[in-house]
Design a protein around this ligand. Sequence first.
Ligand code: UDP
Length: 199
Amino acid sequence: VHTVDILGVPFSTLTMEETIQYLFGQLKQERRQTFHVVTANPEIVMCARKDSAFQNDLLQADLITPDGIGVVKASGMLGEPLQERVSGFDLMNGWFAQAEQQGRQLSVFLLGAKPHVVERAAKELRRLYPSLQVAGHQHGYFGADEEEQIVEKIAAAKPDILLVALGFPRQEKFIQTHKQRLQTKIAVGVGGSFDVWAG
Ligand code: UDP
């Protein structure tokens, strides 16, 4: 994927539609570790500048999309304009809607948010996209001692896509740390998306 550098973060130049096609393609690949998608807003870019450990995690991601009009505007000022904003929430809805229209089966696991929120988000996703299989869900208020068990739960469910809503940078760290063991094709940090689906 072609990228442009904004303050040290390599952003994908794909549009929303191109990103969806690209991710469908990634689902077909055989891979040993999970493909990590970060939808990066200006807050993430600034955090990466201040925190080199977080920057390292970020640079290991497989695809970084511009989440926020601020990022798109900054790219224009740097002379290599990004075409449009690709936020996590819009990207997931666009992707699931296309899968639904085209009769493609996708399975997802939802990790994060409060227990009643993740449950409601799972219900709403099933309502919006009846062909989407919710392979499992798990709330995001767990201790370090429970993390291992949660990784095993996800790996056992073998979802195509893992959505991680633990807030940033914790969601990115979780994916990076466990990507060899998640048994998931693609993982995306989705911030507050479960709260939006839950309404
Ligand atoms: N969250 C979580 N566990 C935590 C802290 C936050 O699951 O220990 C969830 C929170 O409930 C929300 C999501 O992470 O659903 C995003 O949180 P926030 O809006 O604070 O993060 P940001 O939008 O800054 O990524």
